[in-house]
Design a protein around this ligand. Structure first.
Ligand SMILES: O=C(CO)[C@@H](O)[C@H](O)COP(=O)(O)O
Length: 220
C-alpha cells in the first residue's frame, strides 16, 4: 500500500502561498489538498476555481480537491477545467451520487466520495469498487484546526475490512486533526492518504512535511 501526504492549504499563509506549497512539494508531499467550501453545506466559505487555476501550473503535485458544497455536480466541469486531478464529493451533499461520480469520470478526473462524522460507513458499501478514493472525515467539515474525533477511526477500520474482503486496494483518506503524534493511529486503522493542514502549515511547512513523510515512509 502506498502512503501519501496531502497538505491542506486551508491552513496556509496566503501571502506566502507559493513558498509554502513549494516546501511541501520539495519534501515529498505528492498530493496537494484543496478545500472548497460554499457557506451552505458547511458554514464557512474558502476559495474556488480561480485560485486552483493559478496554483495548478505552479506545481507537479496531484491536486486533491475536496468539495464541501451542495450539489457538487453543478461544478464538476469547472473544477476539471481549473486543474483538479481528484474530485471528492460528499455523500451528504449529492442528490444523485452515481450521476455525480459518472460526471467526474467523464471529465477525466479520479473520483472521491466523502462521509462526515455523523454518517455511518455502511452507506459506502454500494460504492465499493466504483470510486478511486474514500474520504472519512475525522472532524466535522468546515474548519481547520479541530481535534480528531477518535470514533471516526472505527469507520476507517470497518471500511478497510470491507475493501479487503472484496480484494480492493482503494485509497482511504482521512482529514482533520491529524498530526505527527497521532498519524500512526490513522494508518493503523487502515488509512493511506493523510490530509494535514495545521500540522503542515503552522510553523515551518518544509520541516513539518519532512517529519510527517518520515513517519509515512517508515510505516509498516
Ligand atoms: O476539510 C477540512 C476541514 O473541513 C480539512 O482539510 C482541514 O483543512 C484540515 O485541517 P487540520 O485539521 O489538519 O488543521
Amino acid at each position: 500500500m502506498e502512503y501519501k501526504l496531502s497538505p491542506s492549504i486551508l491552513s496556509a499563509d496566503f501571502c506566502n502561498l507559493e513558498e509554502g506549497i513549494r516546501q511541501t512539494e520539495e519534501n515529498g508531499a505528492v498530493y496537494l489538498h484543496f478545500d472548497v467550501m460554499d457557506g451552505v453545506f458547511v458554514p464557512s466559505i474558502s476559495f474556488g476555481m480561480p485560485v486552483l487555476a493559478s496554483i495548478k501550473p505552479a506545481v507537479k503535485q496531484v491536486i486533491d480537491t475536496h468539495l464541501m458544497i451542495t450539489e457538487p455536480i453543478r461544478y464538476v466541469e469547472a473544477f476539471a477545467e481549473a486543474g483538479a486531478d481528484i474530485l471528492t464529493v460528499h455523500y451528504e451533499a449529492c442528490k444523485d451520487i452515481r450521476a455525480t461520480l459518472d460526471k467526474i469520470k467523464a471529465c477525466g478526473m479520479k473520483t472521491g466520495l466523502a462521509i462526515s462524522p455523523e454518517t455511518p460507513v455502511e452507506v459506502l458499501k454500494e460504492f465499493l469498487g466504483e470510486v478511486d478514493m474514500f474520504l472519512v472525515m475525522t472532524v466535522h467539515p468546515g474548519f481547520g484546526g479541530q481535534k480528531l474525533i477518535s470514533e471516526t477511526l472505527d469507520k476507517v477500520r470497518t471500511l478497510r475490512t470491507m475493501l479487503n474482503e472484496r480484494g480492493l486496494e482503494t485509497d482511504i483518506q482521512v482529514d482533520g486533526g491529524i498530526y505527527a503524534f497521532n498519524v500512526k493511529e490513522a494508518l493503523d486503522a487502515g488509512a493511506n492518504v493523510i490530509v494535514a493542514g495545521s500540522a503542515v502549515f503552522k510553523g515551518n511547512a518544509g520541516e513539518n512535511t519532512r517529519e510527517l513523510m518520515e513517519i509515512l515512509k517508515n510505516y509498516e
